[in-house]
Ligand binder design. Structure first.
Ligand code: WT7
Length: 647
C-alpha cells in the first residue's frame, strides 16, 4: 500500500517544465557533461564576472577540495533583490504574518526590501563590519531576519544564524566558535502568545564572549530590555543616520556566504560553511524545480530561519527567483489548530512547505480545523526534515490538499544546502514516504557496511559520489574535521549518515540516521551533545542518550543517567535534570524520558552498547541480540526492569 503510485495530475503534466522522460534525460546529461550543464545553469544568476570553470572538487584525500565556479564573481543580495527592481520592483517580496492573528500583516515589495537591506547593511558597516567578518543573528521570525541575512550578503559579511530557541550557553558557544564581532537580535520574540527574552539571552551569552563589539537590537515587541551603553544600539534609531543605498560588495563565488551550526554524532556542533555562488545556484534551481515555482505565486516555507530550510526556502531560493515569500512569526497550533490553514487563506498561499512533525500534531486534532477553511489557493504541498509516514502523507494529500495538490517530499541536509532527492511535481509520480529521485547532478549510491555499492533495488548507507554546487565547503575553522566526518568512512564518497532503500523503480526511501544523530520534530540533535550537557550537572557521573520512536516528534530523547556515589534518584532530580538540559542547550533538547541507571551496559573494553540502550528505550526488550560481549550482563536486567514508558 505504501508503494501505491500517485501519477502526475493531468493539469500539472500539461504545464510542467519537464515530464518524467525529460527529467531522466536532464539528470543523465547533468552527470555526463557536468561542465557544460552547470555553466549553462549558472546563467540563471547575475554575475559581475561569469565563471569559466564549474566543478573542481575531489573527494579523495590527496587532493581533497569542494570548489565550484571558482573564477566567478557575484553578490547574493544583488541576485535576490536588485536584479528584480527593473521589471518587478513593485512585486511583493516578503509577506509577514504576525504571531497574533488580531495584528495586521506587513508586506514589503522588492523596492522596499532593497531600501531596508541597504539601511541595515549601512548600520552594520557603521558598527565596523567588513567583508569576511562574522555576524551572529539571533532573531525571531520577523522581516528583519531576512533583511539581516541579505544585509550581511550585501557587504560580504558571513552570517551565522542561531535559532531563537537556543539557550544563552548554546548561543555563546556559536558566537565564540566563529568570533563574531556583531550580534543582531530583538528585544523579545513572540511564539504562540509567549515572549522569548532574546536580548536578555544575548546579554547572558556575551558575559562569556569577548569578540563582540556591538549588538544591534530590533524593537520587535517594545518590551523593556537593558541596553549596554557603547555596545548596544537600537536598529530603528541607527537607521536614521544612514543612507538608503549601499553598494554591493563583489564576492568571489567561493567566498563564504554563511555558517550554520549543526549537530553531528560526536563533539560540539559543527559550523557548516556555504559559499556565495554554488549555494545560491543550488537554492534557486531547486526552489524552481521542486516547487515548479512561477512568478506571482505565494510561497510559504514554515521552517524557522534559524535552520537551513529557512535559509534556502524562505530567503535565498525564493528571493533569487523573484518570488513572494511568506514569513510567519508563530507556531502551527496557536491560537488553535486551524492557524496554518487560516494563514494560507489570508495570504492566498499557493505552495506550503512544512515538516511531518507539524502535520502529525495537527492531524491528531481532527479534520474540522482544516475543513473549516477554504485552502482553494493551494496548488502544491511540500515536506522536509524527516521521513514522512504514509498516514501523515495521505492526510496532507487528501484532507489538506483535497487530493488536488502533489506532495513534494524533499530529502536533504544542512550540509547539502538545498534539496537533493525530491519529486518534480509535473514530472514525477509519487509514492507516500519516498523522496523519489535525485536532483540534477546528484549521484546517490547505497553502500553496504564494507562500502561495497548496492546495485539495483536494495538497502544500504546513503552516499553521494560526486560534488554538487550547493555542497558545504568546510567546517568553520576545522577543515580536517570536514574530511574526517564525511569522507573518511567510505573512501572517495560523501557519507550522509542516513540509511536508505532503493526500490525497483529506482525510488529512494530514507530510513533514518544510522549514526548517533537523532531527529526530534525535524530538529537534528547529537546524542553526544545531550550527554555532555547531562554530565556537566554536579550529581551526574555518566549519561547515555538514544532516540526512540515518538508519535508526534518522530523521535524522542531517552536518557540513561548514572548518578555520583551517594546521590539519590528522585522525581525532583529527574525534573531538575530536564530543566538543566533545557538551560544548557534549549527546549528542543529536553529529554522525554530520564531513567536512573546504576550502571550502563558496556563491552569489556568500556564502550557503551548503544544498540541495547536503543532497544530498551524502544520497549523492544526481547530478544536484545548478542549480549555476549557485555562486561556485566546484570546491568541490562536492571535497565529492562526499570524502563520508563515515555509519552
Ligand atoms: C537530516 C538532515 C533538510 C533540511 C532540514 C533538516 C533527515 C531531512 C528528510 C526527508 C527523510 C529526512 C535526514 C537528514 N531528513 N529531510 N525528506 N525524508 N529524512 O536538515 O537538520 O541537517 O537534518 O534530516 O536524516 O540526514 P538537518
Amino acid at each position: 500500500m505504501a508503494d501505491h503510485l500517485y501519477p502526475v495530475p493531468a493539469s500539472w503534466a500539461a504545464k510542467s517544465r519537464m515530464n518524467a522522460a525529460e527529467r531522466a534525460a536532464d539528470h543523465a546529461l547533468s552527470l555526463a557533461a557536468p561542465g557544460r550543464y552547470w555553466l549553462d545553469r549558472a546563467a540563471r544568476l547575475d554575475w559581475f564576472r561569469f565563471p569559466t570553470r564549474a566543478d573542481e572538487s575531489s573527494f579523495d584525500e590527496a587532493d581533497f577540495q569542494v570548489k565550484w565556479f571558482a573564477d566567478g564573481a557575484l553578490n547574493v543580495s544583488v541576485n535576490c533583490i536588485d536584479r528584480h527592481l527593473a521589471g518587478h520592483g513593485d512585486d511583493v517580496a516578503i509577506l509577514w504574518e504576525p504571531d497574533d492573528p488580531a495584528e495586521a500583516p506587513r508586506r514589503f515589495t522588492y523596492a522596499q526590501l532593497h531600501a531596508e537591506v541597504c539601511r541595515l547593511a549601512n548600520v552594520l558597516k557603521a558598527q565596523g563590519v567588513r567583508k569576511g567578518h562574522r555576524v551572529t543573528i539571533y532573531l525571531p521570525m520577523i522581516p528583519e531576519a531576512a533583511f539581516a541575512l541579505l544585509a550581511c550578503a550585501r557587504i560580504g559579511a558571513i552570517h551565522s544564524v542561531v535559532f531563537g530557541g537556543f539557550s544563552p550557553d548554546a548561543l555563546a558557544g556559536r558566537i565564540q566558535d566563529c568570533d563574531s564581532s556583531v550580534v543582531v537580535t530583538a528585544d523579545h520574540g513572540r511564539r504562540g502568545g509567549k515572549l522569548v527574552p532574546l536580548k536578555a539571552n544575548v546579554d547572558e551569552a556575551l558575559r562569556q564572549c569577548t569578540s563582540v563589539e556591538a549588538v544591534v537590537v530590533v524593537r520587535a515587541t517594545g518590551g523593556a530590555v537593558e541596553m549596554v551603553p557603547g555596545r548596544d544600539v537600537w536598529l530603528d534609531e541607527a537607521v536614521r543616520h544612514v543612507a538608503a543605498d549601499c553598494p554591493a560588495e563583489p564576492m568571489n563565488a567561493e567566498d563564504p556566504l554563511f555558517i550554520l551550526y549543526t549537530s553531528g554524532s560526536t563533539g560540539k556542533p559543527k559550523g557548516v560553511v556555504h559559499t556565495s555562488g554554488g549555494y545560491l545556484l543550488w537554492a534557486s534551481l531547486t526552489h524552481e524545480l521542486c516547487f515548479d515555482y512561477r512568478r506571482g505565486e505565494v510561497f510559504w516555507c514554515s521552517a524557522d530561519i534559524g535552520w537551513v530550510t529557512g535559509h534556502s526556502y524562505i530567503v535565498y531560493g525564493p528571493l533569487a527567483n523573484g518570488a513572494t515569500t511568506l514569513i510567519y512569526e508563530g507556531v502551527p497550533n496557536w491560537p488553535d489548530a486551524s492557524r496554518m490553514w487560516e494563514v494560507v487563506d489570508r495570504h492566498g498561499v499557493h505552495t506550503l512547505f512544512t515538516a511531518p512533525t507539524a502535520l502529525r500534531a495537527l492531524m491528531r486534532e481532527g479534520d474540522d480545523y482544516v475543513t473549516g477553511t477554504s485552502r482553494k489557493s493551494l496548488r502544491l504541498l511540500g515536506t522536509v526534515g524527516e521521513p514522512i509516514n504514509p498516514e501523515a502523507w495521505r492526510w496532507y494529500h487528501e484532507v489538506v490538499g483535497e487530493g488536488r495538490c502533489p506532495i513534494v517530499d524533499t530529502w536533504w541536509q544542512t550540509e547539502t544546502g538545498a534539496a537533493m532527492i525530491a519529486p518534480l511535481p509535473g514530472a514525477t509520480a509519487l509514492k507516500p514516504g519516498s523522496a523519489t529521485l535525485p536532483m540534477p547532478g546528484v549521484a546517490p549510491e547505497l553502500v553496504d557496511a564494507e562500502g561495497r555499492p548496492v546495485e539495483g533495488a536494495g538497502e544500504g548507507n546513503l552516499c553521494i559520489t560526486r560534488s554538487w554546487p550547493g555542497q558545504m565547503r568546510t567546517v568553520w575553522n576545522d577543515h580536517a574535521r570536514f574530511f574526517q566526518t564525511y569522507f573518511s568512512t567510505y573512501k572517495g564518497k560523501y557519507f550522509t549518515g542516513d540509511g536508505c532503500r532503493r526500490d525497483e523503480d529506482g525510488y529512494y526511501w530514507i530510513t533514518g540516521r544510522v549514526d548517533d544523530v537523532i531527529n526530534v520534530s525535524g530538529h537534528r540533535m547529537g546524542t553526544a551533545e545531550v550527554e555532555s550537557a547531562l554530565v556537566l550537572h554536579a550529581k551526574v557521573a555518566e549519561a547515555a542518550v538514544v532516540g526512540f520512536p515518538h508519535d508526534i516528534k518522530g523521535q524522542g530523547i531517552y536518557a540513561y543517567v548514572t548518578l555520583n556515589a551517594g546521590e539519590e534518584a528522585s522525581e525532583d532530580l529527574r525534573k531538575e535534570l530536564r530543566d538543566w538540559v533545557r538551560t544548557e542547550i534549549g527546549p528542543i533538547a529536553t529529554p522525554d524520558a530520564i531513567q536512573f541507571a546504576p550502571g550502563l551496559p558496556k563491552t569489556r573494553s568500556g564502550k557503551i552498547m548503544r544498540r541495547i540502550l536503543r532497544k530498551i528505550a524502544e520497549g523492544d526488550v526481547s530478544p536484545l541480540g548478542d549480549t555476549s560481549t557485555l562486561a556485566d550482563p546484570a546491568v541490562v536486567e536492571h535497565l529492562v526492569d526499570n524502563r520508563i514508558i515515555a509519552e
